[in-house]
Design a binder for this molecule. Structure first.
Ligand code: HEC
Length: 119
């Protein structure tokens, strides 16, 4: 009789603890996010991608390089969707050391769209 009592109390303890664990799991709900690029027809928000590029150049670029990208990538699909004119304006502000010319002199010129981004 006492073996049966021990067994049934152990069984009861197991049921109670496992069901309380189970209900604790159910209470955990993941935070639901809503993104413009969700789903099959989702798309990136152009303005926020461009703000992201601005944050990158002003904050992140001091430590993280983007030298595997070229300026022309900024106007390509999947990027921040700048127009080609806007990319030219961005690239024209970046000075690069050019040369040497025939006289062996180096000069400063402005970057070309196919060059890697300078950051
Ligand atoms: C002061 C320098 C510095 C700045 C500024 C900086 N980072 Fe970092 N970042 C680091 C370092 C160093 C690591 C590597 C940390 C490590 O591996 O423990 C890192 C790692 C990362 C990672 C990888 C994290 C991971 O889990 O592997 C991401 C993503 C990242 N940074 C994004 C950004 C973004 C976005 C910005 C701008 C908002 C930024 N960082 C600005 C220094 C910086």
């Amino acid at each position: 009789m006492s073996i049966l009592l021990k067994f049934s109390s152990f069984f009861l303890f197991f049921i109670i603890t496992s069901s309380s664990l189970h209900s604790a799991e159910k209470q955990e709900k993941l935070l639901k996010q809503s993104w413009s690029f969700d789903g099959l027809f989702g798309k990136f928000d152009r303005a926020s991608l461009q703000r992201g590029y601005q944050v990158y150049t002003e904050v992140c670029a001091s430590c993280h390089s983007m030298n595997l990208l070229s300026y022309r990538n900024l106007s390509e699909v999947g990027g921040p969707s700048f127009s080609e004119e806007e990319v030219k304006a961005i690239a024209s502000k970046v000075e690069v050391l050019d040369g040497p010319n025939d006289n062996g002199e180096m000069s400063v010129s402005y970057t070309h769209l196919t060059l890697p981004t300078k950051a």
